[in-house]
Design a protein around this ligand. Structure first.
Ligand code: DLL
Length: 435
């Protein structure tokens, strides 16, 4: 269902007029209130008055994660601190956390956009949403929570962890929708089976999954196992949190970016040049309405493409393709670029494997070596087909070489031997940085 019919189906011309108006206003705001942006604009020799069309955005400077770090913690805030009502932060494995602040209006917009998102996924006010995204500084938990309330659904503020208890509560309360990372959904499913709860026989019907890259093959696997419709949701804390874009239940073919609030571009991650619609590159987002920490041309590092063709759901907002991975997480193995999601597709499509895997990169002398550890499925053991493991390993190795052009050492491991995560899965272990 379309939560805000008027806004989500605005004809492109009107949408662009609204975006331009908001972009001009944004430039005035950041120039006047954020010394960092005033300096960047001055260095680029541009003033807010120079933005006459949406295309003019290309003259504006980019903002990078490092800029948030350099201005840690509150340097990019655009309003007096007393107007900030909440702060979130993302931990980041290297360097300082990135900190974002929200005004009361920002929180209201966020809740509205998450309500739009849940609604696009097919959730209604009659649903009971089991929210297993982590609550806290991470934006997943509270983002989904307030969206669910705005929609008028019932939300269980579960957060991550205590997985056994989660599956029992899902069963006892009769959860009809679940929000968590796709990897945690699979973990809940497994623990459910251990506890005698088969998700297929539960009233659960929709899952809204995101916060980490996953593939269509993984979607099919989850949908099959859990007997639900699995929908992809995207967002990042710097820009807002979950709810920047979402697939519609009707087409499930790319995630609609809420363009009345975010202006997307795709750039070449190396040259910074703006690419044409349909071309694959790095997603850059400008926040059109955010008051607390508005961002101009924020480089997300996420690799995707934009699709402006009409969608059958009736929404006019552009769709971004499933994120392949992050440009800074791309594995470069002996000069070949590989994303873990490409390896995932191959693994999940191979019979006899479970969707739990880990990629280990190490340096053997001067050469990079890639090992893929993947669990065999319990059914493979039950079928007594374990004797052919070596054959299976070499078959997967061959497929990876054929499709991705890299040599991988595939190691089949026992069911449940790879560590499960309660939030974002850590799929890649790069030992090169530790050597
Ligand atoms: O992960 C916000 C979120 C919470 C999104 C819950 C969806 C659901 P961060 O922790 O700042 O925020 O991480 C943002 O996660 O730049 C992407 O690399 C990745 N990411 C988020 N959603 C998806 C997705 C939250 N659907 C970073 N597919 C982003 C692939 C995703 N990657």
């Amino acid at each position: 269902m379309i939560f805000n019919m008027e806004r989500e189906t605005l004809p492109r011309e009107e949408l662009e007029a609204l975006q331009l108006n908001r972009l001009q206003n944004l430039c005035e705001r950041v120039y006047a209130n954020v010394p960092f942006y005033r300096q960047r604009f001055d260095e680029a020799g541009i003033t807010p008055g120079d933005i006459h069309t949406l295309e003019d955005i290309k003259h504006l400077p980019f903002t990078e994660k490092q800029d948030l770090r350099d201005n840690y913690p509150f340097g990019l805030f655009a309003v007096p601190k007393e107007n900030i009502v909440r702060i979130h932060a993302s931990s980041g494995t290297t360097g300082k956390a990135t900190v974002v602040g929200y005004t009361a209006r920002d929180l209201d917009s966020w809740a509205t956009l998450m309500a739009r998102s849940l609604s696009a996924a097919g959730i209604t006010r009659s649903d009971l949403i089991h929210n297993a995204y982590g609550y806290g500084l991470f934006t997943g938990g509270l983002g989904a929570h307030y969206g669910a309330e705005k929609l008028g659904a019932t939300v269980i503020p579960m957060s991550g962890g205590a997985t056994k208890r989660q599956v029992h509560l899902m069963h006892d309360f009769g959860a009809t929708a679940i929000t968590c990372t796709p990897s945690y959904a699979l973990h809940l499913y497994e623990v459910g089976l251990d506890e005698g709860i088969d998700m297929r026989n539960e009233p659960l019907r929709i899952g809204v999954f995101g916060a980490e890259p996953w593939t269509d093959a993984m979607r099919e696997d989850i949908e099959e196992k859990m007997g639900i419709s699995a929908v992809n949701v995207y967002g990042l804390s710097e820009v807002m949190g979950p709810g920047v874009s979402i697939e519609c239940a009707e087409a499930k073919c790319g995630m609609h970016i809420f363009e009345d609030h975010f202006l997307p571009e795709i750039i070449d991650p190396v040259t910074g040049e703006v690419l044409k619609p349909g071309e694959t590159g790095e997603l850059v987002l400008t926040t059109l309405t955010k008051e607390g920490v508005p961002l101009i041309r924020y480089r997300t590092r996420d690799i995707t493409a934009l699709d402006y063709t009409p969608c059958r759901c009736g929404r006019t907002h552009v769709r971004m393709r499933r994120v392949m991975g992050r440009s800074d997480d791309m594995l470069i193995i002996l000069g070949v670029n590989v994303f873990s999601s490409q390896i995932e597709s191959i693994l999940v499509e191979t019979d006899g494997l479970s969707p739990h895997y880990q990629i280990v990169i190490s340096r053997d002398g001067t050469l990079d070596s890639l090992e893929v550890r993947v669990e065999i499925s319990e059914t493979l053991i039950a079928d007594g087909a374990v004797r052919n493991l070596q054959q299976l390993e070499s078959r997967i190795q061959k497929t990876i070489k054929e499709y991705l052009g890299v040599s991988a050492n595939v190691r089949l491991v026992e069911p449940r031997s790879i560590q499960r995560s309660e939030g974002k899965a850590k799929r890649v272990l790069d030992l090169r940085t530790q050597q």
